[in-house]
Design a protein around this ligand. Structure first.
Ligand SMILES: Cc1ncc(COP(=O)(O)O)c(C=O)c1O
Length: 413
């Protein structure tokens, strides 16, 4: 059962109960921001196409909603890690070209072939996909993956010729179509490093070998967000963009704003408590923090069960236009900010005030980058780890009416 579903059980109208769960604590996703970011990448990548990477529930933003917004803004493809993620998109009615690239022997290749999901192939998967194609009496759509240096998935260049030969044999038998050739970059977020040049050279070699083997692909792709932004020579026919469509920067030295991107997720809640304490008050498990003066403590009802990293003490929370660092240990459900010496009236006013963990930063508020710094991690992890206990809510969803109008326009053409 989802947390939203649980909120639907009980007294009162379903709508009001579900709404209060969202207001209490939510990750608000601005789909206008997603559309803006996708348009930026469509412009940067052109004439190459854009694949919106929506794995891991669209890095925590909600795969179906983000997929629809991204397609609306010009993305031509969708990408996920698991076939199960791709099937969930198909079940929601998303019928765009869709690639899944990380499999095990338990992956449902049959369902993937039946649902017209493209499958990334590093080697052993070829036989499994061909078996599924035979069973389904439908050719599989595959993208052959070459390891150009990342050392994870992908066929080594030493075995590449053999994989190409096998794939072409199956293509000749009508069991599959080699739609794409792809690879993944290791250090594109550090543009000064030489290994990206080396990987691109291996990728070009792999493409040349594929052409020699008679492969005629629709798409060759290797670029992720940082490469899409910094390496036009990596764009080929398609760029696979994840982080950037969520409005986040992949570079240590550049903010979202400097890249023209709009962060799409805001995590916010309401203060649970706000109370005056004496000087020397210990805060949270371990009593690692003590107030240096008579002060006011604000209780933020978000903790590591909500996806706040436990290690990120010092991360900022914005209340009433001011960013306060979290003090003391972050617990499972809550964390504390020291609001300083406040008048009893000011403290009373802040009880129940909105507390923003991170958002787009436009008002000087905290960002996912700030929390990444506090946790010693990257912004990818901060947004992706926001847990299902934090209900997602969406702003700037395209109204259904517009979609109907578009359909009518199309029908009239
Ligand atoms: C194979 C593959 N392509 C593309 C991406 C998107 O990367 P980014 O979020 O940096 O755009 C990922 C994400 O890790 C990936 O695993």
């Amino acid at each position: 059962m989802t947390y939203e579903a649980a909120a639907d059980i009980g007294i009162g109208s379903k709508a009001s109960i579900a709404k209060s769960a969202v207001l209490e604590r939510s990750a608000v996703i601005d789909l206008d921001a997603v559309r803006h970011n996708v348009r930026q990448f469509v412009g940067i990548a052109s004439p190459a196409a854009v694949m919106a990477v929506v794995k891991a529930d669209a890095y925590g933003h909600g795969a179906v909603q983000v997929a629809r917004a991204a397609l609306d803004a010009g993305a031509a493809w969708l990408g996920v890690a698991h076939i199960s993620e791709a099937l969930a998109l198909r079940a929601a009615g998303v019928d765009a070209p869709l690639l899944a690239w990380l499999h095990t022997r338990e992956s449902n290749f049959q369902a993937a072939v039946a649902a017209g999901i493209d499958v990334g192939i590093s080697g052993w998967e070829l036989e499994a996909v061909v078996a599924a194609a035979r069973e389904q009496e439908r050719p599989a759509r595959v993208h052959l993956k070459v390891d150009t240096g990342l050392g994870r998935n992908g066929c080594t260049i030493a075995d590449w010729d053999q994989l190409l030969g096998q794939a072409m044999e199956y293509q000749d038998q009508g069991l599959l179509r080699v739609v794409g050739i792809f690879s993944h970059l290791a250090v594109a977020d550090e543009p000064q490093r030489p290994e990206t040049d080396d990987q691109l050279a291996v990728f070009r070699e792999a493409i040349a070998m594929a052409e020699d083997a008679g492969v005629d692909t629709e798409v060759r792709h290797i670029a992720n967000t940082p490469a899409a932004l910094s390496r036009p020579d990596s764009h080929f026919d398609l760029v696979r963009v994840g982080l950037g469509i969520y409005g986040l920067s992949p570079f240590d030295g550049a903010t979202s704003a400097e890249l023209g991107l709009h962060p799409a997720m805001t995590v916010r809640t309401l203060l649970s408590n706000c109370k005056k304490v004496p000087e020397g008050q210990g805060v949270s498990y371990g009593l690692n923090y003590r107030t240096s003066q008579e002060s006011t403590l604000g209780l933020v009802p978000l903790g590591y069960a909500d996806g706040v990293p436990r290690i990120a003490t010092g991360g900022p929370v914005r209340v009433d236009g001011i960013n306060y660092p979290v003090v003391g240990r972050i617990a499972m459900d809550q964390m504390v900010i020291d609001l300083g010496p406040l008048s009893p009236e000011a403290a009373a006013n802040l009880k129940g005030a909105e507390a923003v963990m991170f958002g787009n930063g436009a008002d000087g508020g905290p960002t996912a980058d700030d929390w990444a710094a506090a946790a010693g991690t990257n912004n990818y992890e901060i947004v992706t780890r926001i847990s299902p206990r934090v209900p997602r809510s969406y702003v700037n969803e395209l109204p259904a009416r517009v979609e109907v109008n578009n359909a009518a326009d199309t029908a009239a053409l």
